[in-house]
Design a binder for this molecule. Structure first.
Ligand code: 5AD
Ligand code: SF4
Length: 435
């Protein structure tokens, strides 16, 4: 009998991808949407910010009744909290049967078998072998029109605030042939848009018969797959934005005009303390070059406010940079000290001050985001249809610039790339008519 697997995914898109692969790896299970009645619950966790571990422990506490009602329910913790906390998880929450880190989840079937035998199963190694090679091949079932594809993992940048280099390990790129094979496979299953993923995806340097390919070359090769209509990638570090990748934004039609390029701060003093290895001016100059290649590029960013020793003047420099760059989208966070990172040793900005800065920054970003969305009204865009909308006869998809767009039509199907005239800009989405 097939068992039921419930996976709860936290954090970034790489975790979304990993959760898919973990579900596929666990043979004999079907994925369900609720923990009730599940035979296995797996939390795929994120450690990037704020009390991540505490949140996992409190989530685990909520499964106590389920475990009592069904003693052979297996509970597992995967992802970056699993990596960072390791055995501590089982000590603090004895009902956890299985702990697996992001670099060892290809061993999940074996760990699951041990858990079934009543053992505590733990694996937080950074193994030599490539987990993607050890994972069983992906199923052939049809799937939706968009997919994530991890091409690179880990990070060697060691920004002073960030746990990623410790939880995900060193930077590793998947070989070109394997990425291409996985992309071809996804396309044969109905995928029309692929987002290439990596913690530092633009540092991609995949091997191909003794040659090393950068991300731009990979994108250009993927663009040759006829039925693949759109390519995106995330997340990038400004220092790895090579000329060829900048050029690809101008000359590769399938590469979408949307770029997530975190800067974190606009103050050179803080950027230096963050170990970012770029300045505000070098970032702005880079943005100008990319916009010269692709004038309608929608830029997205990440910001941290209240980094240790950030003054009002430093913060003002961040606001100035945002004014200069003009973002169509951005994520902003209050600095959160992560144990084991260099910044964790430094004096923190008062919480009330950091809260106030976050609000001011978010107000500015919201204004820019709104203006970028409103500017789409009257324009003709392409929308990749993803699902039916809430209203009868309504379909929803994403534009090239990643705006959600609602279209009324009874002729559109999921996976269609529709030409749409934008007529309205609502709080979180656009509306348009089919051309
Ligand atoms: N505190 C706050 N934000 C953080 N980020 C990473 N580490 C921290 C931290 N310790 C943010 C950065 C990064 C995004 C994924 O999360 O902005 O780009
Ligand atoms: Fe973290 Fe910096 Fe690496 Fe991004 S580039 S994953 S913020 S260390």
């Amino acid at each position: 009998m097939t068992k039921k697997l419930y996976i709860k995914t936290y954090g970034c898109q790489m975790n979304v991808y990993d959760s898919e692969r973990m579900a596929e790896a666990l043979e004999g299970y079907e994925q369900v949407q609720s923990p009730d009645g599940a035979d296995m619950i797996l939390l795929n966790t994120c450690h990037i910010r704020e009390k991540a571990a505490e949140k996992v422990y409190s989530e685990l506490g909520r499964y106590k009744d389920l475990k009592e009602a069904k003693p052979d329910l297996k509970i597992g913790v995967a992802g970056c909290v699993a990596q960072a906390e390791g055995e501590e998880i089982m000590r603090r929450q004895p009902m956890v049967d299985l702990v697996v880190g992001p670099q060892s989840y290809h061993r999940l079937p074996e760990l699951e078998a041990r858990a079934q035998a009543g053992e505590k199963a733990l694996d937080t190694d950074f193994p030599e072998e490539d987990k993607f090679e050890k994972l069983k091949s992906r199923p052939k079932a049809q799937r939706g029109p968009t997919a994530f594809l991890t091409v690179q993992e880990g990070c060697d940048k060691f920004c002073a605030f960030c746990v990623v280099p410790y939880t995900r390990g060193a930077e590793v790129s998947r070989p070109v042939a394997r990425v291409l094979a996985e992309a071809e496979d996804l396309v044969s299953r109905g995928v029309r848009e692929i987002t290439l993923l990596g913690q530092n995806v633009n540092a991609y340097h995949g091997e191909d018969g003794g040659e090393t390919w950068g991300l731009a070359r990979l994108i250009r090769r993927l663009a040759e797959i006829d039925e693949l209509k759109r390519i995106r990638f995330t997340t990038s570090h400004p220092n790895d934005m090579e000329d060829d990748l900048v050029a690809a934004h101008g000359d590769c039609d399938k590469l979408m005009p949307y770029l997530h390029l975190p800067v974190q701060s606009g103050s050179d003093r803080i950027l230096k303390r963050m170990n970012r290895k770029h300045t505000a001016a070098s970032y702005i100059e880079l943005v100008e070059r990319i916009r010269a290649a692709r004038p309608d590029l929608l830029l997205s960013g990440d910001f941290i406010v209240g980094f240790p020793e950030e003054t009002e003047e430093d913060f003002q420099a961040t606001l100035d940079l945002i004014e200069r760059v003009n973002y169509g989208q951005a994520y902003s966070f209050k600095y959160s000290s992560r144990p084991g990172t260099p910044a964790a040793e430094r004096p923190e900005v008062a919480a009330a001050e950091a809260d106030d800065r976050l609000q001011r920054l978010q107000a500015l970003i919201t204004r820019q985001q709104r203006a970028a969305q409103d500017a789409m009204v009257g324009r003709e865009v392409h929308v990749l249809i993803e699902k039916p909308g809430r209203l009868p006869g309504q379909m929803v998809g994403k534009s090239d610039h990643l705006h959600a767009v609602h279209v009324m039509s009874d002729s559109l199907a999921i996976g269609d790339l529709a030409r749409v005239r934008i007529t309205d800009s609502g709080p979180n989405s656009l509306a348009g008519t089919l051309l």
